[in-house]
Design a binder for this molecule. Sequence first.
Ligand SMILES: [Zn+2]
Length: 305
Amino acid sequence: MKEHFYSSTWLDRSEERRDDADWLAACLADTRTRVVPVWRQRSLVRMTDPVRAIEITIDNLQVQPAADDLFFLGIDVERRACFGLALADAGDASLEIAAAVGGEFTDLRRVGTMLEARDAGLLAYARAITHWHSTHRFCGACGTPTEVRRAGWLRICTNPDCERQHFPRTDPAVIMRVVHGDRVLMGRQAAWPENWYSVLAGFVEPGESLEEAVRREVREEAGIAVGEVRYDSSQPWPFPASLMVGFSAVAEEDTIQLASDELEDARWFSREEIHDGVEAGTLRLSPTLSISRHLLDVWLDGADS
Ligand SMILES: [Zn+2]
């Protein structure tokens, strides 16, 4: 199984501890416990080579965090509890913390490629869960404020007539390598850097299977009918809340019709064209840490579909 960048399988999520108030309280008094702060969706890093995620010990926090702002992430390989911490948008606490540890808050997207996989997974996880909390402070059904339960894995509506439970969500998107004969389909959006092409992707819609989403997106974006669809692998993509679900698919035709406004261009590429284009600098591909590039590289290395 391909374990993609931004995943965090090394962290034991210890779901059974989320309701264990005594154990969680002991963790928050334990100097071994690690806290991963997030401020305005930015992650705390040290700009070394490689860039490192900064995990703070609980006694080095500078601020007394509210229980509502701390979310239990899991237990690391050294058996230390890890928590995500959502810092207030006002910057004082975050500046103090960054100064105390010699780091800075930055957008994970900006430094992703400079991180080691372990750190990238931890920061992606903390960013994803804190983002969900920041956008679910109020009940989506009745508009009343919600409160945190289960160490961050549930928010409950405080309106006694509602009490709706809200669970952390992730938004599935499909990303697919579509092949016809010995060519692969790639497209580009107008806003992308010059010469940049990628396999196609799009969000899954309500009431739709992943396979349907693959077929619909390829038809919508390139006017191509797709036959066989096979699952490949998936990648957390917390910018802000996606899970990229990767597929390989076989096209039933090769006449491209750009149907929507989403793509500026879509083309079939042979392996040779990709190789030559990259060599000549006339073709740019997604970064190697992305599932987009993985799907392409597997095919470049010889997969048929
Ligand atoms: Zn409610």
